[in-house]
Design a protein around this ligand. Structure first.
Ligand code: DAV
Length: 370
């Protein structure tokens, strides 16, 4: 079957998707933006190198099962081609001793309509990660005459991209929360930076989180790049480690969004949703009180779900409270076991990237001007 790239939002019926792989995944060496995200009490501080093979095999087993389940529902599934992540990443501007992996395509690839945009990324160890997806991008390019393959300007990622205040080992959660409220993040405004997982697609509107991995220039770059869209910067002051919007703000269908109750959208930023009849509800509590070992992400991967259509959602199998809430909200829940793969880059939303969802470009916020 020949590919068509088309996806305008997070909920229309999914027909073609990329699912990541855990192969050769590394815990990268220290670098400024990554250190700012690793929680101060994390077991990952101070260690780096290839992850143990048995954990890679287990994560791949779960990712393969997820891919098979999607395929059994008639969804076409593609997989990336891992590069050698043990190689250092070296450019004229920086050097770091190893790379990361390709479990979370959502972080790298932003699909908007017939376009797939490779994000700048903001960690040095992830600078070359787009290479894992190039075989697929070439295939889509060959098969779909309307596919627009785009890449945002590669950033230089010199030390001037990172605030030195964040390099301290002991900042403390209180200080981090104060900085997050003041929108003082680890990345500076030296050049545009964004990860694709900071962007949510709502048809004509793109909602982008300003935080550690996406700066204001990155958001401005996205605005100029998509001149027919309205681009909205949001931030979530309750998150001491704000990277990626998809464990914080989760649209399920037109008119309904889950919001992390520890990271509520500020009042003035709610207006566009309220004025256009959207409901923002607190997400259920996670089932776990700590993330798995050697995991960057928080327990809120509970709400990192993959919507298959406006009535059907994939929820991680152990996240019983989240599943129960979905059921009450009228969603059919598909349980998917993925927790043992979380450490490789995230949950069910992170480990996927859209290629095709049915439906076209719509305006879900008609009361907004422009
Ligand atoms: O809550 O740690 C994880 C998002 C991963 N894409 C968090 C954010």
């Amino acid at each position: 079957m020949s590919t068509i790239v088309n996806s305008w939002n997070e909920w229309d019926p999914l027909k073609h998707v990329i699912v990541g792989r855990a192969d050769d995944c590394h815990i990268p060496p220290e670098e400024p933006a990554l250190d700012a995200k690793v929680p101060e009490d994390s077991d990952m501080r101070g260690q780096w190198g290839r992850r143990p093979q048995d954990s890679i095999d287990r994560a791949n087993e779960l990712l393969d099962n997820f891919a098979s389940m999607l395929a059994s529902r008639g969804i076409e599934v593609d997989r990336p081609t891992p590069i050698d992540f043990s190689l250092p990443a070296i450019t004229p501007d920086f050097q770091t001793e190893s790379q990361f992996g390709c479990m979370p395509p959502r972080d790298v690839l932003l699909t908007v309509g017939s376009e797939i945009l490779e994000a700048t990324m903001s960690y040095r160890c992830r600078w070359f990660e787009y290479l894992c997806y190039r075989p697929l991008m070439q295939k889509y390019w060959n098969e779909d005459p309307n596919f627009r393959h785009e890449a945002a300007p590669k950033p230089r990622l010199t030390d001037s991209d990172y605030h030195p205040d964040y390099l301290s080992e002991k900042i403390g959660v209180e200080k981090r929360l104060q900085w997050a409220a003041e929108k003082f993040f680890v990345t500076t405004e030296e050049e545009p930076l964004f990860d694709a997982a900071d962007v949510l697609r709502f048809g004509k509107d793109l909602v982008v989180q300003h935080g550690f991995t996406t700066n204001l220039k990155g958001i401005e770059w996205i605005r100029r790049h998509f001149p027919d869209h309205r681009v909205h910067a949001v931030n979530f002051p309750g998150d001491p480690y704000p990277i990626h919007i998809d464990a914080t703000f989760t649209p399920l269908r037109p008119g309904l969004i889950l919001n992390n109750p520890q990271r509520r959208l500020p009042e003035e930023q709610r207006r566009m949703f309220n004025d256009n009849g959207w409901e923002i509800v607190d997400a259920a509590q996670p089932a776990h009180n700590a993330p798995p070992a050697l995991c960057y992400s928080s327990v809120w991967l509970s709400m990192n779900v993959l919507v298959l259509d406006p009535k059907t959602v994939c929820v991680e199998k152990s996240e019983v409270y989240q599943a129960e809430q979905m059921d009450k909200l009228g969603m059919n829940v598909i349980e998917v076991e993925l927790r043992d793969a979380y450490a490789f880059g995230g949950g069910l939303h992170c480990c996927t990237a859209d290629v095709y969802r049915e439906g076209g470009l719509e305006d879900y916020f008609p009361k907004l001007a422009g």
